[in-house]
Design a protein around this ligand. Structure first.
Ligand code: ARG
Length: 459
């Protein structure tokens, strides 16, 4: 039976089942680096403030550095008997340096320690995640640039609506992912507040220097209320919310790739290396990667809901329920990083099928509005113009031909005011390029945004 760090008031050992049930070491060991960094800063602060001796502080710091090496070399023995990462490390410290180790926890509680660790962990991870976004942006921008000449139908209600450029569609996702990055940066601001020094909940009477610790650990501010500092996890919830929104964007892009790569659309081909086959149907080439990204969106949403539910109605301050915050948070981080990396790679492995996209455009009669506008421009009331264009569409539909394939003589049977210049009006390319309003689908507008993106994020 291992002796507990808090064992003083207990006369019976912890039940094995309880030990297993209450331990978090299997997952919170992931925060060992943050825990050690935090403890080193705390020990230095204690010595600086004369709460422990300089010599004890030095022993603690070097002991902690050795422990970090032990963990990284796989030599550290994690045990549920010491419940969590905080006590596993502290116990080992005392084993290594003796009495001085017992002084590290002066003016501190696991409650402010765990809040500190999670905040540091999240700060590190948000840095990594936002660091991956430019590469994703570049992969989309490259695909858009290489295929700037490709037109396709833009959809509403999943019905062919108006001609657009493939690049315009891709750049819509770039805007979404850039906002996702901003959202993560924004939640970083609120995670970047140091809770250490709040102790269990009320603060401490020791003459500590919280600003000094915050400086050592690179926090922009210290928390202003000790009870708030140890009892809220809103910063983690905020992160999961930002991650969920980003996953929502990934799921929409993925869904389009699944649709577009289907035999029904045949708009894009995904490289073989990014697809899998079927064990029974030899003809199959399945878009597993985007499908799985779509599916993983569900688990990230689930984690957000878990965190919200764990925190719901908890009385202040710390409650053990809050130990359940870590697994959803960690899995959100892992999933988001994986999805970012795999989607970035996938974007480099997509070939649009120009012919099929433009064929869909032709048979989608996506310039019927232009035809009506053309007639209206020549004096026909818009209602009548709409009627005429509708009849031409119906004529084409029956014959499987595009609007632009109807000869002028035939068009004149629908309305005598048709002239040869109608073909310019209903050309899909000129239709897309006439949308020159800022942010529109015209080539000049797309070029403008592409250049901007290439300048800011590189090629
Ligand atoms: N393992 C705990 C957690 O993750 C650390 C804080 C424990 N504090 C306490 N008073 N039992 O929440």
């Amino acid at each position: 039976m291992k002796k507990k760090l808090w064992g003083g008031r207990f006369s019976k050992p912890t039940d094995n089942l309880v030990e297993e049930f209450t331990a978090s070491i299997s997952f919170d060991r992931r925060m060992y680096r943050q825990d050690i960094r935090g403890s080193i800063a705390h020990a230095k602060m204690l010595a600086k403030c004369g709460i422990i001796t300089k010599s004890d502080s030095r022993k603690i710091v070097s002991g902690l550095r050795e422990i970090q090496k032990e963990i990284e070399n796989g030599e550290f023995e994690f045990t549920v008997a010491h419940e969590d990462i905080h006590m596993n490390i502290e116990r080992r410290l005392t084993e290594k340096i003796g009495q001085a180790g017992g002084k590290l926890h002066t003016a501190r509680s696991r409650n402010d320690q765990v809040a500190l660790d999670i905040r540091m962990y999240l700060k590190d991870e948000i840095g990594e995640i936002t660091g991956l976004i430019p590469e994703l942006v570049r992969s989309l921008v490259r695909l858009a640039r290489e295929n700037i000449g490709v037109l396709m139908p833009g959809y509403t209600h999943l019905q062919r609506a108006q001609p657009i450029r493939f690049a315009h569609h891709l750049l819509a996702y770039v805007e979404m992912f850039l906002r996702d990055g901003e959202r993560l940066q924004d939640c970083l601001k609120r995670a970047d507040v140091m809770p250490l020094g709040s102790a269990a909940l009320a603060g401490t009477g020791y003459p500590i220097d919280r600003e000094y610790c915050a400086g050592l650990l690179g926090f922009r501010a210290i928390s202003k209320n000790s009870m708030d500092a140890v009892s809220d996890r809103d910063f983690a919830i905020e992160f999961c919310a930002a991650a969920s929104i980003m996953m929502m964007h990934f799921s929409r892009l993925s869904e389009e790739l699944v649709l577009w790569s289907s035999q029904e659309f045949r708009f894009v081909r995904l490289a073989d290396g990014f697809c899998t086959g079927s064990s029974i149907m030899p003809q199959k080439k399945n878009p597993d990667v985007p499908e799985l990204v779509r599916g993983k969106t569900g688990r990230v949403y689930g984690h957000l809901l878990s965190l919200l539910t764990i925190m719901k109605s908890l009385p202040l301050a710390y409650n053990k329920d809050m130990q359940e915050d870590k697994e959803p948070l960690f899995d959100t981080v892992d999933t988001l990083k994986n999805v970012l990396a795999v989607t970035t790679a996938l974007m480099g492995n997509i070939t649009p099928d120009k012919k099929n996209m433009e064929n869909a455009l032709r048979l989608g009669f996506t310039t019927a509005t232009e035809m009506a506008d053309y007639l209206a421009g020549r004096g026909l009331p818009f209602r009548e113009a709409h009627e005429v264009a509708g009849k031409v569409v119906s004529f084409c539909e029956k014959r499987g031909m595009g609007l632009e394939e109807v000869p002028l003589e035939k068009l004149r049977e629908f309305s005598p005011i048709f002239n040869a210049d109608v073909f310019e009006a209903i050309d899909v390319r000129s239709s897309a390029d006439r949308k020159t309003s800022p942010g529109g689908s015209a080539l000049v507008e797309i070029e403008k945004r592409l250049k901007e993106l290439e300048r800011i994020h590189g090629r």
